[in-house]
Design a protein around this ligand. Structure first.
Ligand SMILES: NC(=O)c1ccc[n+]([C@@H]2O[C@H](COP(=O)([O-])OP(=O)(O)OC[C@H]3O[C@@H](n4cnc5c(N)ncnc54)[C@H](OP(=O)(O)O)[C@@H]3O)[C@@H](O)[C@H]2O)c1
Length: 274
């Protein structure tokens, strides 16, 4: 019987996906290392659908840990695609807005030219390309600014800092679409049921915001004064990996495939703050 396998099931997205698809089989990084060819070959069977949520996501660390980032984000997806091709399985692979330069002013279409500026972005692009080359029937889904409101993600961090600091400086010159991990998981579950999905899709919650605007929305959502958040520039907070200034992904291809429109990011955030 066809099974749904979720790799990276211990992560933010993978854990929500396993919760969303009741009969799915989740593999944490210790249960299935996607860079281990023999283990991947043994895990994937004929007719399976693999949802790859495993990734090296330490964006700053990747700048000095290139080999590890490429091993997980490029070689891993290639091996998964090969295993799927060998036995006749399907693959949905998750990628990122960081494959784009971030210099745009209009939402990036699935066909927009890629030009990653970071090691992480280059490793994820290499993963997309490997998947497309080895398994043309696979679907790559790019997403951005994913949070669940738990752990150390941006929304959870803002909640924690609200209790600790009177004011907070948050960057106002990076624009993206905040995306609730549970909404992305629901979108991927819907996509998994589509018989003939296209090779490339984008999924984020609808609308756009800067991190400053998102931080204000978090404060407002928990009943704190949003004016305690002050805008600042990325130049004031230099990081090893330079973030894209503009990261908005167009959902046009998602809708054209007949999939449900994602809800606005503010509605999704409300759910996460309950
Ligand atoms: N978070 C975002 O804002 C964001 C934005 C755009 C795109 N994405 C993409 O969305 C996907 C899911 O990201 P996420 O936010 O859920 O990241 P995450 O919370 O860091 O989860 C990634 C998971 O991959 C696992 N993993 C790492 N190396 C592995 C390996 N060799 N074999 C198997 N599993 C391995 C990690 O396990 P350990 O923790 O045990 O290492 C972790 O559980 C990724 O493709 C990411 O690139 C995320």
């Amino acid at each position: 019987m066809a099974r749904i396998l979720v790799t990276g099931a211990g992560g933010q997205l993978g854990s929500r996906l396993v919760a969303r698809i009741p009969d799915s089989i989740g593999f944490t990084s210790t249960e299935l290392d996607i860079t281990d060819p023999a283990a991947v070959g043994a895990a994937v069977g004929p007719g399976d659908l693999v949802l790859n949520c495993a990734a090296y996501t330490a964006v700053d660390q990747a700048e000095t840990d290139r080999a590890a980032a490429f091993r997980v984000n490029a070689d891993g997806p290639r091996r998964l695609a090969e295993a799927c091709a060998e036995v006749g399985a399907r693959l949905i692979h998750v990628s990122t807005d960081y494959v784009f330069a971030g210099t745009g002013t209009e939402p990036y279409e699935v066909t927009a030219p890629t030009a990653p500026r970071t090691v992480y972005g280059r490793s994820k692009l290499a993963g997309e390309q490997a998947v497309a080359e080895v398994l043309p029937s696979a679907t790559v889904v790019r997403t951005a600014w994913v949070y669940s409101g738990a752990g150390a993600d941006f929304v959870a961090t803002m909640r924690r800092l609200e209790a600790q600091r009177e004011t907070l400086d948050v960057v106002d010159d990076q624009i993206g679409s905040p995306t609730l991990a549970a909404d992305l998981a629901a979108g991927l579950a819907e996509l998994a049921a589509l018989p003939d999905p296209p090779p490339m899709l984008h999924f984020t919650n609808a609308g756009q915001a800067s991190w400053y605007e998102l931080a204000r929305a978090v404060f407002a959502g928990i009943g704190a004064d949003p004016d305690r958040i002050r805008p600042c520039t990325s130049a004031q907070f230099p990081r090893p990996a330079r973030r894209p200034a503009y990261s908005v992904l167009s959902g046009r291809a998602w809708l054209a495939a007949g999939l449900r429109a994602p809800r606005p990011w503010r509605d999704a955030l409300e759910t996460a703050l309950v």
